[in-house]
Write a protein that binds this ligand. Structure first.
Ligand SMILES: Nc1nc2c(ncn2[C@@H]2O[C@H](COP(=O)(O)OP(=O)(O)O)[C@@H](O)[C@H]2O)c(=O)[nH]1
Ligand SMILES: [Mg+2]
Length: 268
């Protein structure tokens, strides 16, 4: 039994930033007094959004997620101390929306940001998406429902029937296709879009200590570690980013090849 007078939300103290292995979670200190961000129960859905210089689109993304999800959700922004001040902007958004910010001291990559976000998340379902509006916020409820109705992983899929890609430069389409072909051939992956950056998953699958989060394609690792579990593809149409610039560097391409190699060696 906990000590008396400590009911959740009752006279809660101003939340302190919570220490974290690499990042720190920042909560808006005013939020508790307004009650808005201290729901009676923890959110069931956590949308993890890794960011590096995404000021242009983050506010619109957060608003659209709010329209799509209404309540019972949180957005966990994992920012690698973007020079453009994305983390400060996210903290401002946290005054009006259920946004939490994990700020890491340097750039550590997308995959590891997703894992860090999942560790900080409260929801039993975690949705992962880009900040740049390439992944449609109004498709998030479908991904969540798919997991709620029994899937372990719901993959937002550009290559399943009904999915697609709009306004993406030819070289990006080609790179994406090659990445998919490699994963399906080298790892015998059955999913049609195993390199998607848009997916929902039961949170505990992302807490697996064997995931290393190398490079951009964390979904591929999750799929590899969870062979035999229920994976459902949910088609959606990807559109090119609506602001800012792609963070994909040659290094991420190299990391992808290393990841493929590693997964083949260590996988089931
Ligand atoms: N925290 C964090 N986020 C990153 C990093 N690299 C990319 N991102 C974010 O990951 C998402 C995907 O990156 P993006 O540039 O859109 O890649 P693209 O869609 O393949 O062109 C975006 O929201 C980026 O801001 C990183 O090193 N750290
Ligand atoms: Mg993107």
């Amino acid at each position: 039994m906990g000590p008396a007078g400590k009911a959740p939300g009752a006279g809660a103290a101003v939340p302190e930033p919570v220490g974290h292995p690499r990042g720190r979670i920042f909560e808006d200190p005013d939020a508790s007094s307004r009650g808005r961000l201290v729901p009676d129960r923890l959110p069931d859905v956590s949308v993890v959004v890794p960011t590096y210089n995404e000021r242009d689109t983050l506010p619109e993304l957060v608003q659209a997620l709010h329209r799509a999800l209404g309540e019972g959700y949180e957005v966990v922004v994992v920012d690698d101390s973007s020079p453009d001040g994305t983390a400060d902007l996210a903290r401002e958004l946290a005054r009006s929306y259920p946004v939490r910010v994990v700020q890491r001291p340097g750039r550590h990559g997308l995959g590891s940001a997703v894992l860090e976000g999942a560790r900080a998340a409260s929801g039993s379902v975690v949705v992962v998406m880009d900040a740049d509006l390439s992944h449609p916020p109004d498709a998030v409820p479908r991904l969540v429902e798919t997991v709620r109705s029994g899937a372990d992983v719901a993959v937002g899929s550009r290559y399943a029937p009904g999915g697609g890609i709009r306004a993406w430069p030819l070289h990006r389409r080609l790179m994406s296709r090659v990445a998919v072909v490699l994963a399906r051939w080298w790892l015998r992956e059955k999913v049609q879009d195993p390199v998607s950056g848009f997916f929902a998953v039961r949170r505990e699958l992302l807490l697996d200590p064997h995931l290393h989060g190398l490079g951009y394609k964390i979904l591929l690792e999750v799929l590899r570690r969870n062979r035999g579990r229920r994976v459902v593809e949910v088609p959606y149409v990807f559109t090119d980013r609506r602001g800012g610039r792609s963070k994909l560097r040659p290094r991420e391409v190299w990391d992808y090849l290393r990841l493929l190699w590693r997964l083949r060696r260590t996988g089931p």
